[in-house]
Ligand binder design. Structure first.
Ligand SMILES: *[C@@H]1O[C@H](CO)[C@@H](O)[C@H](O)[C@H]1NC(C)=O
Ligand SMILES: *[C@@H]1O[C@H](CO)[C@@H](O)[C@H](O)[C@H]1NC(C)=O
Ligand SMILES: *[C@@H]1O[C@H](CO)[C@@H](O)[C@H](O)[C@H]1NC(C)=O
Ligand SMILES: *[C@@H]1O[C@H](CO)[C@@H](O)[C@H](O)[C@H]1NC(C)=O
Ligand SMILES: *[C@@H]1O[C@H](CO)[C@@H](O)[C@H](O)[C@H]1NC(C)=O
Ligand SMILES: *[C@@H]1O[C@H](CO)[C@@H](O)[C@H](O)[C@H]1NC(C)=O
Ligand SMILES: *[C@@H]1O[C@H](CO)[C@@H](O)[C@H](O)[C@H]1NC(C)=O
Ligand SMILES: *[C@@H]1O[C@H](CO)[C@@H](O)[C@H](O)[C@H]1NC(C)=O
Ligand SMILES: [Cu+2]
Length: 604
């Protein structure tokens, strides 16, 4: 029990006394569902049912999630927003803190709820959660500052929804030579509480605490309630000073808890709306209903009016929220700066990069490399691979992360293991060639008591600056929460306090077993080399760069012009058959057949 004081430190005396264990025994298997009433599809069910149950407990409770994987493919579960302080091995991301849970296996997640507020859980194996393996995780706190201000505590999930299986989409439609621009799959619908036309039956003159959770895989959504303003009281598990608002912009993975008071007397029902951020979609099919309506239902026999059309999305900017604890800005001890880039590699597919590196999972889960390495090697980022964007931090230092967006997209970034202070976030820049880069010597707008959260969007061609204190030893993933962008490699691995990880973290037998059964290495560096941790021979790396002379714009222009002007459908089919197997050599051959006019790659 050498780490007992570490765990005990996270409890208050009172909650430790009352703490109980809540156990969920979950068999995961495919079931049918048709939540948008448009298409019946296979989704990941729990104990034969979907939508999935909420994980719920009080501060201090222990949670056991005992899964049996009957999916016919690997899985894993991440408990989004939980710091997993002392239980890094329970965090869930595959090849970061664990091996995938093999088909047919049992696997136990076992951790305590040492935080307050609203969270969620989701698969962290490939794009699996987009197939429905996601749900709310709610923590109840007797001491919440706004305890006396509401009568009912409910949640409301929102999400985008796809008809096709997510990993099929990645392989066949998204991360392929056929899609050189990296256009993300367009969702088929939006859901509220995993359904459509949701009737939220309310009592008059009652204040509801609503935990709003975006459990989607891609698109941010605006949400507003006609005829009802509300107050924001919590974001991503951080209590904030009550803030009036009439509309929110919620990216995937973010949570907002609001207090909404119903009217004293009315028989009218009021629409509440979620609407996709259309700027994130590369095209807008006629078939897509990007607005989803529910109703604040005072009278179930009454009318359910259509939502009014609004001209402007005037939402509250979360940057200005003030945490109730008014924590001062931490001074940074070390800074990591990365630029987001989307670009093509030699296989023709479009990847996402921090600087020039697209994350490629190592052969050994990084946490297991930390534990197996000689102590002195474990503090060296080199051993965690040349393609993982690995950074090592010392216990207790304040880490600043600066992300500059060299891309025209909005990216909701999530840090595991922490809520971070939001020091700065720039506006968007309209111009791709003139993006706004952070300049430490010329600070932008800052707040005295910076807002904290675990998922923050980065505006198109803008930047943000965040800070966290490295007081939670563990290997923590930092990545874009758009599942498609994570599959494109928009991730880095933060190895926080490796020496303390080695003292505090032990890996349970079933976690080792998952590696063995699945045939994964569980010791060694990123290349699974156990002899010399500085020998990365055989590690997994990104595809080669495009052949010399071929710019990314070139391949884009070429593929489009070839397909449309030169070779038509036959060529498209050829691409379809050869995708993912196409080597750099073959790409060069394709390119070689069609001469280029100039650097921009416009063909004659
Ligand atoms: C983790 O726990 C330690 C010891 O109780 C505490 O000092 C630290 O602040 C915690 N970190 C986080 C991120 O909760
Ligand atoms: C986990 O679930 C399996 C299958 O239901 C069961 O056999 C096992 O005893 C459970 N483990 C625990 C610790 O409850
Ligand atoms: C969960 O972890 C606690 C603390 O390490 C341990 O005592 C308990 O046996 C574990 N429970 C299961 C089901 O693994
Ligand atoms: C969403 O679903 C949950 C679980 O069924 C329910 O408790 C909650 O009231 C629903 N929220 C709304 C706004 O209808
Ligand atoms: C969706 O809602 C927005 C905001 O009210 C509106 O501008 C847009 O026209 C709506 N679209 C459709 C197809 O109803
Ligand atoms: C990325 O850039 C660095 C520094 O210029 C270089 O050393 C490294 O080889 C590059 N990596 C790749 C994969 O291009
Ligand atoms: C590890 O590093 C420390 C400090 O640099 C050094 O004193 C020690 O000899 C090293 N241990 C090994 C096994 O190399
Ligand atoms: C963004 O632009 C608006 C409108 O010009 C301005 O009011 C706001 O202060 C800017 N925000 C930042 C962070 O620069
Ligand atoms: Cu992204």
């Amino acid at each position: 029990m050498r780490f007992a004081p570490f765990i005990a430190g996270a409890f208050t005396a009172a909650s430790a006394v009352l703490a109980k264990t809540v156990q969920y025994d979950w068999t995961l298997s495919w079931v049918n569902a048709n939540p948008d009433e448009l298409y019946d599809r296979s989704v990941v069910g729990v104990n034969g049912a979907w939508p999935l149950p909420a994980i719920q407990g009080k501060v201090g409770d222990r949670v056991i999630v005992n899964i049996t994987n009957n999916l016919g493919q690997p899985t894993s579960i991440h408990f989004h927003g939980l710091y997993q302080n002392g239980t890094n091995e329970m965090d869930g991301p595959v090849m970061v803190t664990q091996c995938p849970v093999p088909d047919g296996s049992n696997f136990i997640y076992n951790f305590t709820l040492d935080q307050v507020g609203s969270y969620w859980y989701h698969s962290h194996w490939k794009a699996q959660y987009v197939n429905g393996l996601r749900g709310p995780l709610l923590i109840y706190d007797d001491d919440e500052p706004f305890k006396d201000e509401y009568d009912e505590d409910i949640y409301l999930t929102m999400s985008d929804w796809y008809h096709d299986e997510a990993n099929w989409l990645v392989k066949n439609e998204f991360l392929t030579l056929k899609n050189p621009t990296g256009a993300e799959p367009i969702p088929d619908a939006g859901l509220l509480n995993d359904t459509q036309n949701l009737q939220w039956v309310v009592k008059p003159d009652t204040t509801y605490k609503i935990r709003i959770i975006n459990i989607g895989g891609f698109v941010s959504q605006y949400i507003w309630f006609e005829g009802h303003d509300f107050e924001i009281v919590e974001v991503d598990g951080i209590y904030v000073e009550n803030q009036k608002a009439s509309m929110l912009y919620v990216t995937v993975a973010q949570r907002y808890t609001i207090l909404l008071k119903t009217k004293s007397s009315t028989s009218e029902n009021f629409p509440f709306m979620v609407s996709f951020d259309l700027n994130m979609l590369d095209n807008l099919p006629d078939t897509l209903n990007y607005n989803t309506t529910g109703w604040i239902t005072y009278d179930t026999e009454g009318d359910f009016p259509d939502a009014a059309i609004i001209d402007e999305f005037d939402f509250y900017d979360d940057f200005y929220l003030v945490p109730v604890d008014k924590e001062e800005t931490w001074e940074a001890d070390t800074t990591v700066t990365a630029t987001v880039v989307m670009d093509n590699l030699g296989d023709g597919a479009n990847y996402a990069f921090f600087n020039n590196i697209t994350y490629v999972a190592p052969k050994v889960p990084t946490l297991l490399s930390v534990l197996s390495a000689p102590e002195n090697d474990s503090v060296n980022a080199y051993i965690y691979g040349s393609n993982t964007n690995a950074h090592v931090f010392e216990y207790g230092e304040v880490v600043e992360i600066v992300i500059n967006n060299g891309d025209t997209g909005t990216h909701p970034f999530h840090l595991h293991g922490h809520a971070f202070q939001v020091i700065e976030r720039s506006n968007a820049s309209d111009s791709d060639d003139d993006f706004i880069v952070y300049d430490a010597s010329n600070p932008g707008i800052r707040n005295e008591y910076p807002m904290r959260r675990d998922t923050l969007y980065l505006r198109p061609n803008g930047y943000f600056v965040i800070r966290f204190k490295a007081d939670n030893p563990g290997v923590w993933f930092f990545h874009c929460h758009i599942e498609w962008h994570l599959e494109q490699g928009l991730a880095m691995v933060l190895v926080e306090a490796p020496l303390q990880i080695r003292e505090r973290i032990t890996i349970p037998d079933d976690h080792w077993e998952a590696c063995k059964v699945g045939g994964y290495s569980y010791e060694g560096n990123a290349a699974a080399n156990t002899q010399n941790y500085f020998d990365l021979t055989g590690e997994k790396v990104q595809p080669n760069a495009l052949p010399a002379g071929f710019t990314a714009r070139g391949i884009v222009a070429l593929v489009f012009s070839c397909v449309s002007a030169f070779l038509g459908m036959g060529f498209l089919t050829w691409y379809g058959l050869s995708e993912l197997k196409t080597t750099q050599h073959e790409v060069a051959q394709i390119m070689g057949e069609i001469p280029l006019d100039d650097e921009s790659g416009e063909s004659k």
